[in-house]
Design a protein around this ligand. Sequence first.
Ligand SMILES: Cc1cc2nc3c(=O)[nH]c(=O)nc-3n(C[C@H](O)[C@H](O)[C@H](O)COP(=O)(O)OP(=O)(O)OC[C@H]3O[C@@H](n4cnc5c(N)ncnc54)[C@H](O)[C@@H]3O)c2cc1C
Length: 516
Amino acid sequence: MKRRILPDFENETIQAYNFDVIIVGTGVAGLYAALNLDEDLEVAVVTKANIDESNSYLAQGGIAAVMTADDNYHNHVEDTLVAGAGLCNREAVEVLCEEGPSDIHKLIEMQVPFDVNEDGDLQITREGGHHHRRIVHCGGDATGRETTKQLGNIALTKENLHFFFGTYLVDIITKDNAVFGALVHTGDEYKLLRSNNIIVASGGCGQIYRYTTSPLGSVGDGIAACARAGAVVNDMELVQFHPTTLVSKGKEDRLFLISEAVRGEGGILRNSKGEAFMQGKHELADLAPRDIVTREILKELARVGDPNAWLDVSSMSEEFFSTRFPTIYGECKSRGINVPHDMIPVHPAQHYLMGGVKTDLNSRTNVKGLYCCGECAETGIHGANRLASNSLLECLVFGRRAAQYINNNFIPLADEISEYTITTEHHTKRLTLDEYHKIESTVKDTMSDYVGPIRTPSGLRKAKEILTAISDRLDNAILETPYEFKVFNGVTNALMVVDGAIARKESVGSHYIVND
Ligand SMILES: Cc1cc2nc3c(=O)[nH]c(=O)nc-3n(C[C@H](O)[C@H](O)[C@H](O)COP(=O)(O)OP(=O)(O)OC[C@H]3O[C@@H](n4cnc5c(N)ncnc54)[C@H](O)[C@@H]3O)c2cc1C
């Protein structure tokens, strides 16, 4: 997977547009970064979809931040470090937890509709790994939708933000290890967006797995593009598997999540005999960090011979459950699960990427002018296992920090930028659409079969063998459409996950390896 630019060009002059800053992604990280840039900067905001299609939009449980007097940010730091299993960057965690509350206040000022109680105080819940209630939420279990919608509504009114919907980031253009543009594909044509400041906020790569909570577009295009541009990518093997996704009878593009907040409000995991198997496994029992709960579920299923675990929510009244978790309530009902009386069938699935493009405290990568924030970045906050609801907080804190750094260190457009023409390698092999479908499917199965929550050395070797053969087939392939780019990027990222997993010999957090 050595190519620098995905499509083939021969001295191509592409229609070009100049911007002060380019942002890729309209999840919470991209939108919040956009809103924190100085309004005299002309900004291209690029997304391959629309504002309502992202991981951010799907987020349920909430955003973690210390918002009460009986808690303090040191507690939040400690919980984050414990969940991260020794691999967190403490400095980044301190920044996250100390600065996070002011970003929540800023969201409140922006009229993000956080849930409040009868007295008008924020409703604050608890999730796995947190020793205090510190999760704020919107619409019960629709935090992502409400936050993204409101940030999007505000961003769309800003004259300096120029939205490019349905526009696919293909590659980041660099010269002498500095960015100077983004090659994008929209409609049937390529465009060159020129800028010396690019923020990539393109999310994770859940869709390289068969079973994931992420939407279809999440293959990690931005991570792969940054890697081709020379950015350091780290810790890709650190993939989080959420313990409780709704078991589905049919085939689904993505699995429906049963938020950890359901356990935060009293939900209990049981096996088919009704035994509460998390008791005694960890001091926080059902609210232990996600990697631990996921493994305990898988061990319990193997021990009892069950296909899935059960989430008992009967301690909540129907009125409470339907108000507190309207999305989950509606989804369960639509599938004939009579919550809270019936137990919910659940199984672990891929949920989040802790690794990604390595960034510093100002979201800078090692490539000059290239910033990453949100799930595609590896700030070191999550270590080997992300603490619940720290992800949206990271999007806010490090999206804002990227913007503030650019505001203070803006790099104007270089003169030579206008003379740039693109020349790339020449490839000769044409694969059919069917072949791309098969490759995509094989990648997903390989990742789910061999690179899941419990890994073995022989399984990882097998995955490497399969993915290397695919990568060899793609080496000389002519890539022309966003779908082909997406498949190629998925293979690139899957290989990085597998290589990282092979290199990391010891189990840590979400990377759990057992001998054959
Ligand atoms: C079901 C679910 C529930 C969750 N619940 C929570 C929660 O309660 N709390 C929490 O903290 N976290 C939660 N998470 C995790 C969290 O939602 C994500 O980690 C976070 O939203 C990532 O935000 P982001 O802005 O980095 O990326 P995303 O929100 O994924 O946005 C990525 C953006 O990049 C765009 N993009 C991608 N590739 C390209 C390309 N090639 N060209 C152009 N645009 C591109 C996409 O279209 C999208 O606009 C949840 C995740 C899921 C899936």
